[in-house]
Design a protein around this ligand. Sequence first.
Ligand code: 5GP
Ligand code: SF4
Ligand code: MG
Length: 465
Amino acid sequence: CGVFGVNGVAEAANFVALGLHALQHRGQEAGGIVAFDPDKGFNSAHRFGYVRDNFTKASLMETLPGELAIGHVRYSTAGAKGPAIRDIQPFFGEFAMGGCAIAHNGNITNALALRRELIERGSIFQSGSDSECIIHLMARSIQRNIPERMKDALRRVEGAFSVIAMTRTKLIGVRDPLGVRPLVLGRLGEGAYALASETCALDIIGAEFVREIEPGEMVVISKGKVETSRPFGPSTGRFCIFEHVYFSRPDSIIGGRSVYETRSQIGVELAREAPVEADLVCPVPDSGTPAAIGYARESGIPFGMGIIRNQYMGRTFIEPTEQIRNMGVRLKLNVNRALVRGKRVVLVDDSVVRGTTSRKIKDMILDAGAAEVHFRIASPPTAWPCFYGVDTPDRDKLLAAHMTPDEMREWIGVDSLAFVSLDGLYRAVGEAKGRDARAPQYCDACFSGDYPVAPFDQLERGFRM
Ligand code: 5GP
Ligand code: SF4
Ligand code: MG
C-alpha cells in the first residue's frame, strides 16, 4: 500500500490526491482521503479504483476542505476476501480528546490475536483489515493525547507498519522498529510538511525531500514544527530488500540512492554471476528494465525492447484473482517480433513468483522466432511468502518453494535460468560484503526464510518456518 499526508497548505486534499497518484504503483484496488477543516470538521471519501478516476473530480474534492489531510492507496494482502468498501483506509476513530484518522502500510503479524482479544473486550470492528486494530487499541489506551495513545497501541502491534495519522491539528508518522516499509518526510515551504511512502510522491507536489523517518521513530508535526521520539526503544532496521527489487518506483530515493541505480546495479551483479553468450538483452517491462540495462552494460550485449508493454494496463500481479492475473499477461505485453527474430535473447525480469508470467513470455518470444531464451532474474528465488505487506501467494504456489533452479528452468522451458545470489543482491543495494549472515541488514525473508518478526497469526494457522 501507499500512504501520504500533508499539513499546513490550503486544499490539502488536492495535494494528497496528487501524492497518492504518484504512489498508485503501491496499490491499485482502492484509495481514500480524510481531511480536517476547523469549520467543516473531519470529512472523508473512500473509493474503488484509481486515484485519477476518483479524486480529481472537483465535486468530490470540494467535500474534503482543510489544510490537513491524509490518504491511502490499497492493495489487499492479509485476510482479505475480495474488495469491500469498509476495508478502504484511512480508518477514523472519535476519542474523548477528538478524532483521529490513520493510514497503514505494511502488515500486522499478530492482528488475528489482537482482534480476538479486542472483540472479547467489547470492540466493534467495522472492517476485515488488520490495520483497524490500531484504532481499537488506541481507544482502550488511558493516555490523554492521541500521539501517546498511538504509542501505546503500536507497542502492542507486531510486524510491519509505516503509519500516517492525523488529528485536528497534528500530522503524525511512525515506522515500526525494523522500518520494514518506507516512510519519508518532505517540506513544502514555510511550516508545511508532507509524509509519504516514497520520495516520488514528494516530487509530484514540488516538496523538498528532508529525510527518511527512521526505523522505530515517531514524528508529530504541528504548527510548523516536527517533534521526534522513539516509542519502541533502540532498534536496528531491517528494511524490505524487495522494495529495491520491485516494489518502489525507480525514481524514488532510498538510503540516499535512486532505486533505478540500485536496480541497474543488480543487473551488473547478475551479468557477473551468470554470463551467457547472446545477441540481445531484453527486459520484461517495466519491472525488469533497469536490471536489464545493467546486465547489458556489464556484459556488452546490446540492449533492446523485445517486449512492448501496453501502457494502459496496471500491474498484473496486483489484480487479486488468479483468472484476471492469467489474462493479464497477454493484455499487457507483446513481443517486438522484428527485433527478436533469429536472436539469442537474454530475458531479464525482477522476480519469479508463480512462474506463470515467465512461462507465457517465453512462449511469446519463441513464437516470434527467437533462437534461444536465457532467463535472468534480478532477485534470488522467491521461496517464502511475505507476511509484512507484499502480497506473495501461499508457499505451495511459489515455484521456488518446491523446485530447484534446474527444475524451474525445465518447467518454464528456457535454455538457461539464473537468479542473482542473495550476496549479489546485497552488494547491489550497497553492502560491500554481501549479506552478513549473523546480522542481516535487510529483511530478505521471501528469499531466505529468515523472518525478522515471527509471523504469529500464520504460525497459529499452521505455517511452518
Ligand atoms: P509470476 O512468476 O507469478 O508469474 O509473476 C512474476 C512477476 O510478477 C514479476 O515480473 C513481477 O514483476 C511481478 N510482481 C508484481 N507484484 C509482485 C509482488 O508483489 N511480488 C513479486 N515477487 N512479484 C510481483
Ligand atoms: Fe520485503 Fe520479502 Fe521481507 Fe516481505 S519478506 S518485507 S517482500 S523482503
Ligand atoms: Mg514484472
